[in-house]
Design a protein around this ligand. Structure first.
Ligand code: CO
Length: 502
């Protein structure tokens, strides 16, 4: 049944791709049948774009009225869920992230939906045990996600293994994502090797995930060419406009034969967001790569999101159009805006430049992790400690110690020996193998802990991922459900702890 639905969706979504609907073609044949050079486009407006520009504050209410138009564009897929949206729904918007997914699925019937998953970290900041991961992915697919883009912050493939396996079993497409970064160890050869390994692990497609917008047009060209030479699955490029090179990188990647690119609608594009879709469509007009989108329709959609963006003016950080720090220090835009916000709050703005210079040093000491959640936070906060205390590693954060012990996986390069010594970590303290193997199952415990506040297994998962945030959110949800005042749920009776296992 699931299979048939997937097939139907595939045919619907690709009606423009010269595939006869009745044809009994396998997925592979379909890929081959599609016009080789016609570029496919994933729209990120409902996920990465507002995560990058508006601190993930777009509400489901704001998304609904435009879905019908978005569904008509002809996007290959839309990234609508995952990343920070899950946390943000509960924490800031008093929205059920699962409900958002179900609504979007219903409102976007002709477009494949995709999400971003942080490997074994799911949508959180630490590793979760396999029972949580398995249930989570099953529910995600059951609620309508077609493609899961899976990455590990260190590109440690042990940390994506289980997510690959469960996603495939659940009937969704696995998109293996390689975190792109620049360092002495991150060579083209390394990325090509990772691509090959991900393909052999069963990925249905691959993504070069350039979360910081670092990739130069010529590097994009070379990387796409070299990966396409050795893998047979489709390749997607994801970048941000932060450095100003995004559109150029896409154009060169298209020349090199990339299959899919990620764009946002222009009113929510540029700066730390994705490059805009409209100029790419216009540039390719009439060529074999032309995606054939209706520019008028896109401009209506853009006008709509311009109004949505205005609703969240207070969330816009005062970022420049082009961030030249990214070119010098390779620091992602989101990390820079977080840092300047935190320093402003603590009245330490004058340390900004020093911290920016410290980040690459910490990154080197930690074996050049790509800067993406959660490594960006680990590196960033240690750099702040180093500068503020005036003594490098005078204080070593707990996260850095955990990182050094291997609890996030294997760093791309060996970590600094002096740092290991300073942290008092001996080689035998460093765990080998898959970090999640060290974790106890969590689902039963989570069910008991959240008790009657969880209406279904999705609520339990929300709690397992974000205990405090989800508990507060679920209280409000329960109050609404039972039409009782919040005061009862806040009363002396600790209902949550007594709970009813479900
Ligand atoms: Co991104």
């Amino acid at each position: 049944m699931v299979e048939i639905n997937q097939e139907e969706k595939y045919i619907n979504n690709n009606s423009s791709m010269q595939i006869t609907e009745g044809e009994e073609a396998t997925k592979e044949q379909k890929v081959q049948n599609s016009p080789v050079n016609k570029i496919k486009i994933t729209d990120t407006t409902l996920r990465d774009a507002h995560q990058s520009l508006l601190a993930t504050r777009m509400t489901t209410e704001e998304m609904i009225p435009i879905c019908e138009s978005l569904d008509r564009v002809g996007y290959y897929s839309m990234e609508v869920w995952g990343g920070a949206t899950f946390d943000s729904c509960m924490r800031y918007l008093n929205e059920d992230p699962w409900e958002r997914l179900r609504i979007l699925r219903k409102k976007l019937p002709h477009t494949k939906l995709q999400m971003l998953l942080r490997g074994q970290n799911l949508l959180g900041y630490k590793h979760y045990p396999d029972d949580v991961l398995t249930e989570f992915i099953k529910r995600v697919v059951g609620n309508g996600i077609d493609i899961i883009r899976i990455f590990d912050a260190l590109n440690d493939l042990k940390n994506v293994e289980k997510a690959f396996e469960v996603t495939k079993k659940a009937g969704a497409q696995v998109q293996g994502a390689i975190c792109y970064t620049i360092s002495p160890v991150h060579t083209i050869e390394l990325f090509v090797q990772l691509a090959k390994e991900m393909e052999s692990m069963g990925a249905d497609s691959l993504c070069i995930k350039d979360m910081a917008g670092l990739i130069s047009p010529y590097d994009a060209y070379e990387l796409v060419k070299k990966i396409k030479e050795v893998v047979s699955i489709p390749l997607q490029l994801h970048t941000h406009s932060t450095s100003g090179m995004g559109i150029m990188a896409y154009l060169k990647a298209i020349e090199a034969g990339v299959d899919v690119i990620d764009t946002a609608i222009s009113s929510l594009a540029f700066q730390t967001s994705q490059p805009p879709v409209e100029p790419i469509v216009a540039a390719l007009k009439g060529r074999k790569e032309d995606p054939g989108f209706d520019l008028k329709l896109l401009s209506e959609i853009s006008a709509y999101f311009k109004r949505v963006r205005a609703n969240h003016k207070d969330m816009e950080s005062n970022i420049d159009n082009i961030d030249t720090n990214i070119l010098t220090y390779q620091i992602p835009g989101g990390m820079l805006s977080n840092l300047s916000y935190q320093l402003r709050q603590q009245k330490m703005e004058e340390k900004y430049e020093d911290i920016i210079k410290e980040i690459p040093k910490v990154r080197e000491d930690l074996g050049y992790p790509p800067l993406v959640t959660p490594t960006s936070q680990i590196v960033g906060s240690q750099a702040v400690f180093n500068v503020v205390t005036g003594k490098p590693y005078g204080i070593i954060s707990e996260e850095v110690k955990k990182y050094l012990r291997g609890y996030y996986g294997r760093p791309p390069a060996p970590v600094s020996k002096q740092l290991l010594e300073k942290a008092g970590i001996k080689p035998e303290d460093i765990i080998q193998g898959r970090p999640a193997d060290k974790l106890e199952p969590m689902m039963e415990k989570a069910k008991k802990e959240i008790g009657f506040l969880a209406e279904d297994i999705e609520d339990v998962l929300s709690y397992a991922l974000f205990p405090q945030v989800a508990r507060e959110f679920l209280k409000k949800k329960a109050a609404k459900r039972y039409r009782i005042g919040m005061e009862i749920l806040k009363g002396q009776h600790n209902y949550e702890e007594i709970g009813y296992p479900i």
